[in-house]
Design a protein around this ligand. Sequence first.
Ligand code: PT1
Length: 283
Amino acid sequence: MTDRSAFLQGDRPLVMGVLNVTPDSFSDGGRFLSPAAAREQARRMIAEGADIIDVGGESTRPGAAPVGVEEELDRVVPVIEAIRAESDVPVSVDTSKPEVMTAACAAGADMINDVRALREPGALETAARLGRPVCLMHMRGEPRTMQAAPRYDDVVAEVEDFLRVRVAAAEAAGLPRRHLVIDPGFGFGKTLEHNLLLFQALPRLRRMGLAVLVGVSRKSMIGTILDQRPPPGRLHGSVALAGLAVWLGARIVRVHDVGATRDAVRVVQAVREAGAGEGGMHT
Ligand code: PT1
């Protein structure tokens, strides 16, 4: 059997382009709902150098309502098929539902991105059977209510403990460790201060020995820092944080603006790699 995680091996940072196929996404809501529009956006991100395209049919931004399995299938499967028909770019499917994981992988998806870290009934078994890499993300609560006064005693320790438990559950279900990616879940049941503490702690999460994914693109944490700037004005802040995330050890950055982020990631990576093999800073 071929190793479906080849695109994840190595240690170069990867840019994951966001492809929302939802009517209510927070920053580009509705713009890519039609398969034709989604295909156009996928083409643009591939042309700009995306390493992975993340296709999602459930909005998980704060306040978002759940979506049914049929609706989610109708949104993501045609888009994955359309990408697959014209490109070998790795595709991930942003879902928590076992049925969607299965159909997406049959349509050609290479990776599962689950904001609920395989906690839905049947998700662990399904992901193990599909044999694809999986991103396990931390979320406190559910999207509709998660931003109602989230509280932690020690946000970094609690997120790290959660991820350790989910990694152990995934391994127990038969997922190989090299297929696992972890994500602290920026904006998912966290205040600005919680998000900033988690960002500072990326090197500590990295020490769990797994690839770390960071998704902060256009999120409200950036809008809040920049005096309540709405999403269209969050590009530069998003690119800055993507570069900083790579500096702090992130392997994958999940972003809307692929071209700008790719440049930032490449220059940051050049600094990280300087002197490699001669006792450079990350050897
Ligand atoms: C993420 C992520 C995701 N984010 C992964 N998948 C979203 N692995 C969807 C806000 O505060 O970070 N990692 N899938 C989008 N969710 C949000 C959350 C969007 C918060 C916006 C906010 O603005």
